[in-house]
Design a protein around this ligand. Structure first.
Ligand SMILES: C[S@@+](CC[C@H](N)C(=O)[O-])C[C@H]1O[C@@H](n2cnc3c(N)ncnc32)[C@H](O)[C@@H]1O
Length: 222
């Protein structure tokens, strides 16, 4: 991944994720599914104290190696063990699609927020995950088309990415929206960010089909 992130992070998600956080007065953040901790370190440059959690031990080891003073913990979102109400900001940066048991994970993330706190999510859109694992396939004229199917069927799909096999969950968008609404959160921001620069071919792909969305939810102050 590197500290700059891949194309989608660097040119599509990061600009909006940083805009949503900078200058808002957040002092503490929990990054759920932090991976190598790249976004924790971005938050630290904005003056925010971070805790990163991820169940993949090798990724947490890498995060600790890159940031020896950082707070990185091995753990699952579903069984998050942090003090309730202790974070101004909880972040899920492309981790909801990896989490098998979403309902307990959402409850734990919301519990970790202080009243008035913010849950910031970057995720693959459900219209994109409905195209996994094949996604782009050539049509009869060798033109690439993106195929979506079985949209309403929740399912896990194995995908290969840069030589790594991971299981991604497809869930209809309503599953995510209903879950956070039922947890009492209020939607403050929803966007489908467009690429801002980088390789023109990649930019074109990210513009042709639904790819990412960013959601910001707020826990009521009382
Ligand atoms: C696509 S990666 C994103 C990592 C990081 N946020 C980033 O942007 O580079 C998804 C992460 O979710 C983690 N993950 C998988 N299952 C999880 C779970 N049950 N709870 C929390 N994180 C999980 C994976 O280990 C992986 O690091």
């Amino acid at each position: 991944m590197g500290e700059d992130g891949d194309y989608g992070r660097k040119y599509v998600l990061d600009p909006v994720m940083v805009e949503r956080v900078a200058g808002r007065g957040f002092r503490t953040a929990l990054d759920v599914g932090c991976g190598e901790g790249r976004f924790c370190r971005t938050l630290q440059t904005l003056g925010i104290a971070t805790v990163g959690i991820d169940p993949t031990a090798t990724l947490i080891e890498r995060a600790r190696h890159l940031d020896p003073g950082g707070d990185y913990r091995i753990g699952y979102a579903e069984t998050l063990d942090v003090a309730p109400g202790s974070f101004d900001l909880v972040v899920s940066y492309l981790s909801l699609i990896d989490i098998p048991n979403l309902a307990p994970a959402a409850t734990k993330m919301v519990a970790a927020l202080r009243p008035g706190g913010t849950l910031l999510i970057a995720n693959l859109t459900s219209f994109n995950t409905a195209g996994l694992p094949d996604g782009w396939t050539p049509d009869a004229h060798a033109r690439l088309r993106f195929h979506i199917d079985h949209y309403l069927e929740e399912r896990a799909t194995w995908v290969a990415w840069r030589g790594i096999r991971v299981q991604n969950w497809h869930r209809p968008l309503s599953t995510y929206m209903t879950l956070f609404l039922e947890n009492g959160l209020e939607l403050r921001h929803f966007s489908e960010p467009a690429p801002r620069g980088g390789d023109p071919d990649k930019s074109d792909r990210y513009r042709r089909v639904p790819w990412f969305h960013i959601m910001e939810w707020q826990k009521p102050a009382s």
